[in-house]
Design a protein around this ligand. Structure first.
Ligand SMILES: [Zn+2]
Length: 86
């Protein structure tokens, strides 16, 4: 009997996220507050694509993002506030 070995499925991941004041919302161009990774595809060809959102657009889309399993990888707190509401 011959064993057949296959490579485990791999997921390509975007580089570690660091947000700055210069990063812009993909939707409107305002300052980014949240970066999420969205999984596209399956198996070894899966990609995890970053999407950047301002507070307004993150709040508008947060339920849908949560539903599809988007992963929050970075956020930038609002100046003067010690917490961010995600
Ligand atoms: Zn926006």
């Amino acid at each position: 009997m011959t064993a057949v070995l296959t490579a485990p499925p791999q997921t390509r991941t975007a580089p570690a996220a660091t947000l700055t004041a210069h990063d812009r919302c993909d939707r409107c161009g305002a300052q980014v507050r949240v970066r999420v990774l969205i999984r596209m595809g399956q198996g070894r060809h899966a990609l995890r694509l970053p999407l950047d959102f301002c507070n307004h657009h993150y709040n508008e889309h947060s339920i849908a993002l949560n539903r599809i399993g988007a992963e929050i990888v970075a956020y930038l707190p609002v100046e003067g506030k010690s917490e961010v509401y995600l």
